[in-house]
Design a protein around this ligand. Structure first.
Ligand code: SF4
Length: 460
């Protein structure tokens, strides 16, 4: 299959261009085009890397200038096509593919909307003034520049607002009068003059107006796409696009943890000690529950079993480990009949013989554990009291604990886990935690280095 439309046709169909050099699309309507399947997936993965980078930047509390730099670097690194004439196609195709991927639940929609809006905001800011005006027209914003007489009547007030923001005494000459609810961020940060329900927005601030409109359009489009997805596309495309779309929302872009790192092995007898020193909270919790109940439901066996495989537990040891616990509850015979198969299956020894990959944080966080389930991410799925108690048991308290709880309140679960790692290991973790097996291997690396230092000291 081939992309059949030319770059310009496609750009026009999707609301691309907006004039100027930047060619920032508004993604108003999905283009009618054919795309090669591999491009469908690869373009989406590249855009996802950009959105994921933005999400990490925001949760690390980067300032607007730092974000501007980050967005521009991410875009250059991931969204350039080897044929520059295809850059715009890639931009538009990747956006619409991810719309399909991220329309399917409230949570996915929220994340996608927020990241795409942030991306659009920073891209709009670097467009030329002429291109910005064209985009305003394209969004059909009904605002006219303030007539001279009205401008003169409020000029003093506008100057006062400009001064309060540290700008020079001369005020900009082009302003738009808009209902204040359409520029919530400018109102919240007191960067506009308000009068009788209207905000006076300077030309340099129109990004707010455009972004509000962009956000509103994408939000509605996501809901509509979800309806179409559920009603027809999902079934029609069940052998072709549906598996790709479903895999993309759980995609993890770090190293592959399906095989243990550095050919490391862990043995049965060390599991409890390793859990205490190096397992992330999600895996400690499952080990505790397994020891307590001698049972874990399917979701827990998958999440924990694959983690142990990635950490270096060999199949024979894994079978012995699960048998030792489960047989106390269901007996050895039933374990061999009903449960051993799925453990061998995880190691690719049964069924399709696929070597299954340990779950990433993103996949674990988006799980929905039911009653009696113990899988999932504690930062996301525990109540506050339980989480505080669990962190206390890991030795985290005081200021560090409050900082972690603050991240949890703001739904930055991986960042909360990163802070836990830093608090329990006494070193910073700049890459952030993206995968439970990454948590484990980084922890082991640090502990090995500490042990080595102690050994060297005692040898001298
Ligand atoms: Fe586990 Fe990841 Fe949650 Fe940490 S953030 S507890 S590693 S799922």
């Amino acid at each position: 299959m081939e992309i059949v439309r030319s770059h310009r046709q496609l750009a026009a169909a999707a609301g691309g261009g907006g004039g100027g050099q930047g060619a920032l699309p508004t993604y108003r309507t999905a283009p009618q085009l054919e795309v090669r399947l591999e491009e469908f997936e690869l373009f989406a993965i590249d855009r996802l890397r950009v959105l994921k980078g933005i999400s990490d930047g925001l949760s690390r509390g980067k300032k607007p200038q730092e974000m501007e730099k980050l967005v521009s670097e991410l875009w250059k690194t991931h969204m350039r096509h080897q044929d520059p004439a295809e850059n715009l196609n890639k931009d538009i195709i990747s956006h619409f593919v991810l719309r399909l991927v991220y329309c399917r639940t409230e949570e996915l929609r929220k994340w996608f909307l927020s990241m795409e809006t942030t991306l659009f905001r920073y891209r709009f800011r670097i467009e030329s003034p002429e291109s910005q005006r064209m985009l305003m027209t394209e969004f059909q914003l009904p605002y006219k520049a303030l007539p001279h007489s009205e401008f003169e009547a409020v000029k003093d007030k506008l100057t006062q607002v400009a001064r309060s923001m540290g700008q020079s005494a001369s005020v900009e000459s082009v302003f738009f009068k808009v209902p204040f609810q359409e520029v919530p961020d400018l109102v919240a940060s007191r960067r506009v003059y308000l009068s009788k329900g209207y905000a006076y927005v300077a030309m340099s601030q129109v990004v707010s107006l455009v972004v509000t409109q962009f956000r509103c359009n994408i939000s509605k489009a996501l809901v509509l796409t979800n309806r179409k997805w559920t009603a027809t596309i999902k079934e029609q495309e069940k052998d072709r696009l549906t598996p790709i779309v479903e895999a993309l929302s759980n995609a993890y872009f770090g190293p592959d943890y399906s095989q243990p790192k550095d050919a490391a092995e862990i043995s049965l007898k060390d599991i409890d000690q390793l859990a205490a020193s190096s397992f992330p909270l999600c895996m400690r919790h499952m080990l505790d529950k397994l020891r307590e109940n001698h049972h874990l439901k399917h979701g827990g066996r998958m999440q924990f079993g694959l983690f142990l495989k990635g950490a270096g537990l060999k199949l024979e040891d894994a079978l012995a480990f699960w048998r030792a616990e489960f047989s106390q509850k269901v007996g050895s015979e039933r374990f061999d009949k009903e449960y051993a198969y799925s453990i061998r299956h995880n190691y690719g020894k049964e069924g399709k013989r696929t070597d299954y990959t340990p779950y990433s944080c993103q996949k674990i966080i988006s799980a929905t554990p039911g009653v009696g389930d113990h899988h999932g991410c504690p930062y996301r799925h525990f109540g506050e009291e339980n989480l505080r108690a669990a962190l206390n048991r890991m030795g985290v308290s005081g200021h560090a604990l409050e900082e972690i709880m603050d991240k949890v309140k703001n739904r930055h679960y991986q960042l909360a886990c990163t802070l836990t790692f830093e608090a329990t290991h006494g070193v910073s973790c700049d890459s952030g935690i993206n995968h439970p097996n990454q948590y484990f291997s980084e922890s082991q690396k640090i502990l090995r280095a500490k042990n080595q230092t102690v050994e060297n000291r005692s040898a001298t």
